[in-house]
Ligand binder design. Structure first.
Ligand code: PMP
Length: 297
């Protein structure tokens, strides 16, 4: 359950009880998926709660809204502050935070007149668990970048993610992998992909994927650890020939992939670059004590 009778959410400048808050059933967002959202994590640290890359997430929320012509009459700094207060009021420290920008009733497919924002938060363990995943290459491909604004984290895009996830789970896999409309490897339904080959990391280039904030963090961590990362267009065969692979995302964090379809990766997870980055990521989000061998961001 995401909330109880005491849970507060932030709604258009006020903190209100989640179970009494309401929205209009004629909302353009509900009917057409015309809204944008974020997924942010907060971590308990020695110095209190740390909302990881809060500003970057709210800036992406703003950019997502702008990309699909939704007005964004909110201040990033105010939303960051509201998030801290929301966590305090709900007594949350390790939490997943979900801001959602949604529109008023408007059946005409025109731009909305009024835009609202709500932010809610709940405790959420790693979204894909912590066991290495068995992943299925989905028959569902990512939307064509000329059909949607692929870089926007827009509500409606997630029908694509839900379809791919349903298909993979129905066939007994843990998660899906989506190709782009040209058949190149793109991303997971809610996470970006990296794979390792001969001591180097590879990841799909921007253009057909969500520009993940965790993906960017992995680039920063890899640089600090002296790991080379190459972006490009990769075929499913490139991926199947890899030594190991992992997904990364705010909700999923860093999680190893054991197998794609029926092919198991040869490199054991504890010996992979993914494991090194998983450890470095866990340290950086929790800002744990730094030693010479740890990294900071
Ligand atoms: N791709 C998709 C489709 C996603 O939904 C997410 C989660 N937001 C990601 C990648 C990872 O993005 P981030 O690291 O910013 O959470």
């Amino acid at each position: 359950m995401y909330y109880n009778n005491d849970t507060l959410i932030y709604l258009d400048g006020k903190f209100v009880k989640a179970h009494t808050a309401s929205t209009d059933l004629y909302s353009q967002t509900l009917h057409y998926g015309y809204g944008v959202f974020e997924g942010i994590r907060a971590y308990a640290t020695n110095n209190g709660t740390h909302v990881f890359k809060s500003k970057t997430h709210y800036e992406r929320l703003k950019k997502s809204a702008e990309l699909i012509n939704i007005p964004f009459p909110f201040q990033v700094e105010e939303l960051m502050q509201a998030t801290e207060t929301l966590l305090e009021k709900n007594n949350l420290s390790d939490a997943y935070i979900r801001p959602l920008v949604f529109c008023d009733p408007n059946m005409s497919l025109a731009k909305p007149n009024k835009v609202s924002i709500m932010i809610c938060a709940w405790e959420w363990a790693a979204y894909l668990g912590n066991k290495q995943l068995r992943v299925m290459i989905s028959s569902i491909c990512r939307p064509h970048p000329r059909s949607v604004k692929i870089e926007a984290k827009a509500c409606g895009h997630y029908i694509n993610s839900i379809l791919a996830t349903n298909e993979a789970k129905d066939q007994g896999y843990d998660e899906a992998l989506l190709l782009d409309s040209d058949g190149f490897v793109a991303e997971g339904p809610g996470a970006n992909l990296f794979f390792e080959k001969d001591g180097m990391l590879f990841t799909p280039q921007l253009g057909n994927i969500l520009p993940g904030i965790t993906r960017a963090t992995i680039f920063e961590l890899a640089r600090k650890l002296g790991i080379q990362v190459k972006e490009g267009l990769f075929t499913p065969n490139d991926l199947l020939a890899a030594d190991s692979a992992f997904y990364c995302g705010t909700a999923a964090e860093v999680i190893g992939i054991k197998a794609i379809n029926q092919d198991t990766f040869p490199l054991a997870w504890p010996n992979s670059l993914g494991k090194k980055l998983q450890d470095a990521y866990a340290q950086v989000v929790r800002k744990t004590k730094q030693t010479a061998s740890t990294v900071s961001l």
